[in-house]
Write a protein that binds this ligand. Structure first.
Ligand code: FES
Length: 111
């Protein structure tokens, strides 16, 4: 099975994700606190991201969380998308707040 690299634009982190797993599964392996994982089936909307670059295969997502216009601009639910190439993505919504919050160490530097 092909394995691709996924880059998170905001943090510069890169993780590997195979073509038979979701972008969210791969992201979870970063082991980073704050990665919001909810239903894992496209229903809760916590794993919303915008794909900036790369090819992917998507499955049905709740229209409550991703409108047709958003989907047309690359917005997807990471639990419903599998990579078909290397991917660059931006975290948005709930995930952005959690993933991009300053770390405790960084916060301590600013005291
Ligand atoms: S984890 Fe619920 S929509 Fe992705």
């Amino acid at each position: 099975m092909a394995v691709f690299e996924v880059t998170i634009e905001e943090t510069g982190e890169v993780y590997r994700c195979s073509a038979d797993e979701s972008l969210l599964n791969g992201m979870e392996r970063l082991g980073k606190r704050g990665i919001p994982v909810g239903c894992r089936c496209g229903g809760c909307g916590v794993c919303k991201v915008r794909i900036g670059q790369g090819d992917y295969q998507k499955r049905v997502m709740s229209r409550e969380h991703v409108t047709p216009d958003e989907e047309a601009s690359g917005v997807v639910l990471a639990c419903r998308v599998r990579p078909l190439s290397d991917i660059r993505l931006s975290v948005i919504g709930c995930m952005k707040k959690k993933l991009c919050a300053p770390s405790a160490a960084h916060a301590a530097e600013n005291i």
